[in-house]
Write a protein that binds this ligand. Structure first.
Ligand code: FE2
Length: 281
């Protein structure tokens, strides 16, 4: 239904000629879903949707998460999270700032981790702030057989607090209660495609459950290094009007820093998997 242009050698595609809007047909949405599952990252250029359209479109891919950081939600649509360095007086309107944000899976620290995110560029600095994505399914498939065997059945601790210490600000007590450290399988079977992917990230994965500390950190370091080899990574340079829908069950991402003298505002919805597929297996 739509033409696509590859974004990198192995994954990601730009969808040509599709405008996210109020009048998208069911057939168009189904076509986008199929492309999303196939390419893992979809780029839509020259979009100009308002927040209601962003929410309504995203909802067709699954239930939407209301982010635990409620202070950074849109005042108009709580399903929309602001990622920004902009201040309204003394109050930051969005999460994160202008510094680097390390590799992570969105919300890997929740019991029902997100399966997708749709991120839209609203205000951009002239340079910097690129977002990189890593194809964790390809990274897993290309691991040596022996390593895949060792990871079979393994679980790891995912910590939002570890991420906040490195890249953000602490949560308050109520938010901490909603996001305690949690265990998930190290290999996540995709709820839609059924393909396995490494489900770990340098920003939030702190240890492999039941391994001694040295073996755990050596294995995690080895995997962290493996996943970000150039053949698994796509770096996106944002343009005004860009929207990216990524598969959050098999790709992780990070962001470059940008000049603090410029404003940047990104708006994101976060898509949940169907409830019966919530716990990764
Ligand atoms: Fe993220």
């Amino acid at each position: 239904m739509f033409d696509v242009r590859p974004l990198s050698g192995s994954f990601g595609a730009e969808v040509i000629g599709f405008t996210i809007g109020e009048n998208n047909t069911a057939e168009q949405v189904e076509a986008v879903k199929a492309l999303w599952a196939k390419h893992k990252i979809l780029l839509f250029r020259e979009q100009s949707m308002d927040e209601k359209v962003l929410v309504d479109f995203s909802r067709q891919f699954g239930e939407l998460e209301i982010h635990v950081r409620t202070e950074y939600l849109s005042p108009h649509h709580p399903e929309v999270l602001y990622i920004s360095n902009i201040k309204d007086g003394d109050r930051k309107i969005g999460i994160l700032a202008d510094t680097e944000v390390g590799w992570h899976y969105d919300q890997i620290y929740l019991p029902r981790p997100a399966v997708g995110s749709l991120l839209c560029a609203d205000i951009l600095p002239p340079t910097g702030g690129n977002t990189e994505f890593a194809d964790m399914a390809a990274a897993y498939q290309s691991l040596p057989e022996g390593t895949r065997e060792r990871l079979k059945g393994c679980r790891a601790i995912q910590s939002y607090e570890a991420f906040n210490r490195a890249y953000s600000v602490p949560t308050n007590d109520a938010q901490k209660k909603r996001s305690p450290d949690i265990e998930h399988p190290l290999v996540r079977r995709h709820p839609i495609t059924g393909k396995d992917a490494l489900y770990l990230c340098p920003g939030m994965t702190t240890e492999i459950v039941g391994w001694n500390a040295t073996e755990s950190s050596e294995m995690l370091e080895e995997l962290f290094e493996w996943c970000v080899k150039p053949e698994f990574v796509y770096s996106h340079q944002w343009q005004a009007g860009d929207a990216i829908l990524w598969d959050n069950a098999c790709t992780m991402h990070r962001r470059d820093p940008f000049d603090q003298n410029y404003q940047r505002l990104m708006k994101r919805t976060t898509i949940l998997p169907a409830a019966h597929l919530a716990v990764p297996v």
